[in-house]
Design a protein around this ligand. Sequence first.
Ligand SMILES: N#Cc1c(-c2ccc3ccn(Cc4ccc(CN5CCCCC5)cc4)c3c2)n[nH]c1N
Length: 240
Amino acid sequence: MRIDVVTIFPGYLAPLREALLGRAIAAGLIDVRVHNLRDWTRDVHQAVDDAPYGGGPGMVMRPQVWGEALDDVLGDEPARLIVPTPAGVPFTQATARRWKDEPRLVFACGRYEGIDQRVVDEYASRMPVEEVSIGDYVLVGGEVAVLVMVEAVARLLPGVLGNPQSAEQDSFSDGLLEGPAYTRPVVWRGREVPAVLRSGDHGAIARWRRDRALERTAKRRPDLLAALPEDALDQRDREF
Ligand SMILES: N#Cc1c(-c2ccc3ccn(Cc4ccc(CN5CCCCC5)cc4)c3c2)n[nH]c1N
């Protein structure tokens, strides 16, 4: 997968080259290219923003600079353009799973109060464009959202995770939150690992883990339970 990111703060994307993702890039599993939007400005001040038509707080990013940058970055290679915004469709694990098979993702990181809407409209006329949000809170720009989304997608790519089973048993993969996890020592500060996990009874362990996942999901995310398909829960599951 090729990933392009256009931003006025390229340094914000440096974490992509650390640790697991950094190794995946070095291994050629992912090709990540970060572009500075200001490289496409033509004025001495390298202006990328202007006052909003109709008034309102802050500034809006100008369409001309974005158009020249995206025309160059996109070239003729097919891609999906992703625009993070607080007003976007929620980015979920299902989104990450859908994007993992894309040959190329291009992320447009806005700042200020966002990017002139005509940029989205222009590229949506010729390619898939998605305006997405990573959550119901307001950030200062799109870069952190891109870090989140790139990590969520990249970890699903073959060869990126040391243990591919981990991605298959993700939270949300069966529609539930994952339950608690434990490792050595058996007792820590007087707190003991649940005996069932040390029993070797794989059936009992699987049941216990599902019960804890149901319990946690019912308590923390009842909306996920409500969204499960009718046949996803058996009678016993419904007791939580
Ligand atoms: N993904 C994601 C995000 C973002 C995100 C993503 C991309 C950009 C680009 C710029 N900002 C900052 C910003 C801040 C406030 C507002 C709302 N204003 C209200 C008054 C009228 C004008 C608009 C818009 C833009 C961004 C924030 N925040 N939260 C997420 N989950």
